[in-house]
Design a binder for this molecule. Structure first.
Ligand code: SAM
Length: 233
């Protein structure tokens, strides 16, 4: 059995701020849990910025919004979300992996942007679909690794997002460029087919609700970001 990686100590905030240590913790955990994590490196600041686009661009800048972040991991996107939050905005972060949750809890005290919104931010240790359908969000930022999921899992999560999104609300999520092409060369046939099927579900939602797609080359691996909008009733 693999040993559990130690969570970095949040008592020393100067040390925590060191990007290499922060990335190192993510890498260790990502290798242990690759199917659920789907990446070996946390998202770059450039990718995090694109994912927060609709926290900046609002229909009514004076009205507070509710934000859901699915798959917050070690918090690189949470920090960018927090930096763009206005007074009165709320944030629900959801992450099932215990060591990441523990890490992010510390970050909520030590990172200046997250600490600023800590009284309006809630970190849930859960699968996003277990959060319940009695909530409503204006913006959903999803970091989930759809390419590692089955088509049924992707559909369940997309249906959940479009249930809890308010009419007119936005969903932004990312995937990595060329995943299908790389898998066609290196993956087993059944894994390639599983990923092709799950990407068709993603494509179906993008086709129905997509408003823009951006490429982010300043990330490892390079990524695309899709922005979707739930139609206003
Ligand atoms: C690609 S990582 C992204 C982490 C972080 N947001 C970033 O950009 O670096 C995907 C994250 O989604 C989490 N995750 C996987 N399945 C999930 C689910 N069903 N609900 C919520 N989070 C999930 C994983 O534990 C992991 O932390």
């Amino acid at each position: 059995m693999l040993a559990m990686a130690a969570t970095p100590n949040h008592a020393d905030s100067a040390d925590l701020a060191k990007p290499l240590r922060y990335a190192g913790f993510f890498v260790t955990e990502a290798v242990r849990t690759f199917r659920a994590t789907g990446s070996v490196i946390p998202s770059s600041p450039a990718l995090a910025e694109r994912l927060t686009r609709y926290i900046d661009q609002r229909d009514d800048p004076s009205a507070p919004i509710s934000i859901l972040e699915a798959g917050s991991g070690t918090g690189p996107v949470s920090r960018a979300i927090a930096a763009h939050m206005h007074d009165g905005d709320t944030l629900d972060m959801v992450e099932p992996h215990g060591p990441f949750v523990e890490y992010a809890r510390g970050l909520m005290q030590t990172d200046p942007d997250l600490a600023r919104v800590a009284d309006r931010a809630t970190l849930h240790q859960a699968l996003v679909t277990d959060l319940g359908t009695d909530r409503r969000f204006d913006v959903i930022v999803s970091g989930l690794p759809f390419a590692n999921f089955t088509a049924e899992e992707v559909r369940e999560i997309m249906e959940y997002y479009f249930t809890v999104l308010r009419p007119g609300g936005r969903l932004s999520f990312f995937g990595y460029l060329y995943t299908k092409q790389v898998k066609s060369v290196i993956a087993r046939r059944e894994d390639y087919l599983r990923q092709a099927r799950s990407s068709w579900v993603v494509d179906e939602y993008v086709h129905r609700f997509g408003v823009d797609t951006e490429r982010v080359l300043a990330n490892f691996p390079p990524a695309w970001v899709h922005h979707l909008r739930k139609p206003a009733d």
